[in-house]
Write a protein that binds this ligand. Structure first.
Ligand SMILES: Nc1ncnc2c1ncn2[C@@H]1O[C@H](COP(=O)(O)OP(=O)(O)O)[C@@H](O)[C@H]1O
Ligand SMILES: [Mg+2]
Length: 253
């Protein structure tokens, strides 16, 4: 398929006796926003963890373009331009907002940030470039006025935005967002929707897990529904909404 960027082929993950992901076959299209939805415990986060290298598949294949991701480590996968956020927001609370974004960029550069005080001029210039581009990300997300505050002092909505800014600093082509609107109020959720639109317009392919169906239906080009680790439906938001298997999975009939 010429337009695909990521393919999951017979992907399977067992945790002891629990089959979290069960022979999943799924293709994600380049440039689209795809929502992965399903009841709690359906295996959505595990799919994200498999693709981004945080857990290893029991069987099956993960193909990013033509690259097999199966046995790659998270940092190697990130370096390919695959970014992510976490269901439980993970920012470095005691570091400033700006430093949090710089950490994302450093995933792609040769030297670690902590050494920066001892850097020779050439690397110091690299450090300055990273700082400038981190600052640009903050402007893009409307977080620049908080640049020098500790990340932990921001409200949850801004912390989720910051986590996305950090992921964007990696200049990803593919971005995974695990429940980006979880815990956000209506206004923050609307801002998150607008941000995801903006990210799509930057030619970044977005795959998200989200429970807020209004948001999902608003921002997604395609929706894939999983239940007990298996794909039960996929299609446009409208198609999926009307699918009886999906209605059953959610209402438990
Ligand atoms: N690291 C893990 N160890 C053991 N079981 C896990 C682990 N991660 C997830 N699971 C189990 O796998 C299943 C799917 O979980 P998860 O992927 O978090 O679902 P979702 O994100 O759809 O709510 C659940 O039964 C969960 O308890
Ligand atoms: Mg989850």
């Amino acid at each position: 398929m010429p337009n695909s960027i990521l393919r999951l082929e017979n992907l399977r993950k067992k945790f002891g006796g629990v089959v979290a992901v069960d022979d999943l076959n799924l293709v994600f299209n380049k440039g689209e926003v795809t929502a992965l939805i399903g009841p709690n415990g359906a295996g959505k986060t595990t799919v994200f963890n498999l693709i981004t290298g945080f857990v290893k598949p029991t069987a099956g294949t993960i193909l990013f373009k033509d690259i097999r991701l199966n046995h790659k480590k998270p940092h190697a996968i990130a370096a390919l331009g695959i970014g992510r956020t976490f269901q439980n927001v993970q920012v470095f609370s005691n570091m400033t907002v700006l430093e949090n974004v710089m950490v994302g960029r450093h995933l792609r550069s040769r030297n670690g940030m902590l050494m920066s005080a001892f850097l020779p001029p050439m690397l110091r210039r690299e450090e300055n470039r990273i700082r400038a581009s981190a600052q640009e990300r903050l402007v893009l997300l409307g977080l620049d006025r908080y640049a020098h505050l500790p990340a932990g002092s921001l409200p949850l909505g801004n912390q989720r935005m910051l986590e996305i800014a950090r992921a964007l600093a990696l200049e990803p082509t593919l971005l995974f967002l695990d429940e980006p609107a979880s815990g956000l109020n209506a206004r923050e959720t609307m801002a998150m929707g607008e941000l995801i639109h903006k990210i799509k317009s930057m030619n970044i392919t977005v795959i998200l897990v989200e429970h807020d169906m209004e948001l999902v239906m608003d921002i997604s080009d395609r929706v894939a529904v999983i239940n007990f680790g298996r794909l039960i439906a996929q299609g446009t938001p409208k198609e999926v909404q009307l699918n009886p298997d999906v209605i059953n999975a959610y209402l438990g009939t």
